[in-house]
Design a protein around this ligand. Structure first.
Ligand code: 5RP
Length: 250
C-alpha cells in the first residue's frame, strides 16, 4: 500500500512539474518572439523560466540569423549564454540594453514584482534598470493580486554580511513580520550571492504596505545593498497558464 501511495505521489508531482514547465516555456517563447529583434542587446535574467528563453534565443539565432548580444544578470545566466553559444557582452561595452527578459517570484496587479528567489536580485535590478524594457516571464503560480499572496519565501533582501543582524532587527521593528537569514541546503552556512553578500527573506509582512515607500526606506539602511522589490520597472508580464496558453498583463 505504501509503494502504491509513493508511486501516486510521484506521478502527481511529475504531472505538476510538467504543467509548470510547459507554462514557463510558453511564456518564455512568447516573450522572446515578441520582444527580441536583430542587433538587440538582450538582458538575460536568472532562474528556471529564463532557461527556456535562452533556448528560444539560441533557436532563433540558428534559424533566423538573428544577431544579438547578451548581458547576464548572474553567474547562472552567464553560463547559459556561453553554453548556448550566444554572444556575451556587459554594461561596460553595451550600457544600453534594448530588452531585458527575466523571471519573477511574484507579480501583483500593479506590476510590482518580488524577485531574488535565486539570490540574483542585485545584478538583475542593475541590468533591468538599464533596459529600455523589462519583460517578465513566469508560470501561473506567480500571478498575484497582492504581494505575499502565494510566495512563501518572502521578499529577498541582499545585505553586506557584517550588517545582517542589525538590518534584520531594524526591519522587524519598523514593519513587523518574520525575517530570516537564507541558509544553504542542510544549513551548511549562509547562502552567499554572486556579489559576496548574504540574503534575508522577509515574510508575513503587511500585504497592504506602501511598497514604493518601504523600498526607499529600506535602501537607506547602511549595509542593505538591494531589495527584491521591483517597482514600476516591468513593462509587461507573460504568464504561461496550465492549458499552455498565455495571459499578458501591462
Ligand atoms: C532569481 C530570480 C528569478 O527570476 C525568480 O526567482 C524566478 O525564478 P523561476 O523562473 O525559477 O521561477 O529573481 O533571483
Amino acid at each position: 500500500a505504501c509503494n502504491k501511495y509513493n508511486t501516486t505521489v510521484l506521478k502527481l508531482s511529475r504531472a505538476m512539474s510538467d504543467l509548470l514547465n510547459n507554462a514557463k516555456k510558453a511564456a518564455a517563447h512568447a516573450a522572446v518572439d515578441e520582444h527580441v529583434k536583430t542587433d538587440y542587446v538582450v538582458g538575460v535574467g536568472s532562474g528556471s523560466t529564463v532557461v527556456f528563453a535562452v533556448e528560444r534565443l539560441a533557436e532563433r539565432v540558428r534559424n533566423e540569423n538573428l544577431k544579438i548580444r547578451c548581458i547576464p544578470t548572474s553567474f547562472q545566466a552567464r553560463q547559459l549564454i556561453i553554453d548556448h553559444k550566444l554572444i556575451l557582452t556587459d554594461l561596460d561595452v553595451d550600457p544600453v540594453v534594448d530588452v531585458c527578459i527575466d523571471g519573477a517570484d511574484e507579480v501583483d496587479s500593479k506590476m510590482t514584482l518580488i524577485k531574488g528567489g535565486g539570490g540574483c536580485l542585485l545584478q538583475e535590478k542593475i541590468v533591468a534598470s538599464n533596459a529600455k524594457e523589462l519583460i517578465i516571464i513566469a508560470d501561473y503560480t506567480k500571478d498575484s493580486v497582492k504581494l505575499g499572496d502565494q510566495y512563501k519565501k518572502g521578499i529577498p533582501i541582499e545585505v553586506v554580511p557584517i550588517a545582517y543582524v542589525p538590518i534584520m532587527n531594524k526591519i522587524k521593528q519598523r514593519y513587523g513580520g518574520n525575517i530570516e537569514l537564507r541558509m544553504a541546503v542542510k544549513k551548511a552556512g549562509p547562502v552567499v550571492t554572486d556579489n559576496g553578500n548574504f540574503v534575508l527573506d522577509w515574510t508575513n509582512f503587511d500585504q497592504d504596505s506602501d511598497w514604493e515607500k518601504i523600498n526607499l526606506d529600506l535602501l537607506m539602511i547602511p549595509g542593505l545593498v538591494e531589495t527584491g522589490l521591483f517597482i514600476k520597472m516591468a513593462a509587461k508580464a507573460y504568464f504561461g497558464l496550465k492549458d499552455g496558453t498565455i495571459k499578458q498583463t501591462g
